[in-house]
Design a protein around this ligand. Structure first.
Ligand code: HEM
Length: 270
């Protein structure tokens, strides 16, 4: 399925008036959105609106009233959208994950209604955000270094370097904690730095934490791998001459502490 979706996205790549193609918005956005949307059962005509809401969440700037209002609107619309997707799947079940989770809730009470809606929300948002920027950052690194041939040998290292997510999911201290010489009071929010852990000089061969570890290991790690492997090498097979359309220093990144991702990735394909 990933190959079908990525094949269609490659076939639709089109130059704009200035003779460039925006790889981020023409390739890195549609492939994960359509793949994960199809797995979950979220109709494609809702992806654009969901992506705008996801962007408002990720780029939230606490010092800006306008950004706060955009965030409030985005959260309301995301909650409404996923509540109505779940309602629709309950009435008209399909062969998709959300319909399966609705059955797990209604037939076996395996999760609550809130968990059901937030799981659908989190999975779709990860498809509209995390894999998009992982692919975009990998392409930017390969194109800037002019070294696509290194992909196969250096895949894991390049994946890790392109990880867009500095932090794991928030935790809350349920009791006072002492870690080293720091005290974390009960109730505090804790952000675990994945970038910090992965660049720790004492890491000593430990595998990357980019997808987390343990019981909360990323549910989308395998599909992310499939998407990266369908999209990244294929670009260089189809377009061996592909190159950045602007100097690397002019690539624009979004202002966000939650996700390190590009605004656009203009290239010349030929
Ligand atoms: C490519 C990029 C991705 C990266 C780097 C990434 C990374 C992570 C990380 C660091 C965590 C948190 C682990 C923790 O806090 O303990 C996580 C959790 C999660 N991820 Fe991903 N993720 C990616 C893509 C996806 C995709 C595509 C999906 C869904 C289709 C997804 C679904 C989830 C879910 C549902 C969780 C929560 C698991 C739990 O709490 O039990 N992720 N991911």
């Amino acid at each position: 399925m990933v190959r079908r979706v990525s094949g269609a996205a490659f076939s639709s790549l089109a130059e704009n008036a200035s003779g460039t193609v925006d790889l981020l918005n023409q390739l890195c956005v549609p492939v994960p959105a359509l793949t994960i949307g199809e797995l979950l059962g979220v109709p494609a005509d809702q992806h654009g609106e969901l992506r705008d809401a996801a962007t408002a969440m990720v780029t939230f700037d606490a010092s800006s009233k306008e950004s706060a209002m955009r965030l409030a609107g985005a959260v309301t619309s995301l909650a409404e959208t996923f509540t109505s997707v779940v309602r629709f799947k309950r009435e008209v079940p399909g062969d998709d994950l959300i319909s399966g989770w609705v059955r797990a809730r209604d037939d076996a009470d395996l999760l609550s209604e809130d968990e059901l809606v937030s799981l659908a929300f989190l999975m779709m948002l990860a498809g509209l955000e995390n894999v998009v920027h992982l692919c975009g950052n990998i392409f930017a690194a390969l194109l800037a270094a002019d070294a696509p041939a290194n992909w196969t040998a250096r895949r894991d290292e390049l994946m890790e370097a392109a990880n867009p997510l500095p932090f794991a999911i928030r935790r809350f201290a349920v009791s006072d904690l002492t870690i080293g010489d720091q005290i974390i009071p009960k109730g505090d929010t804790v952000l675990l730095s994945v970038f910090g852990a992965d660049s720790d000089p004492a890491r000593n061969g430990r595998p990357s934490l980019m997808f987390g570890r343990g019981p909360h290991y990323c549910l989308g790690a395998q599909v992310s791998d499939l998407i990266v492997d369908a999209v990244v090498p294929e670009l260089f097979v189809r377009y061996p001459q592909v190159r950045l359309a602007v100097p690397e220093s002019e690539l624009e990144y979004r202002a966000s502490w939650r996700s390190q991702g590009l605004v656009a990735l203009p290239v010349h394909l030929q």
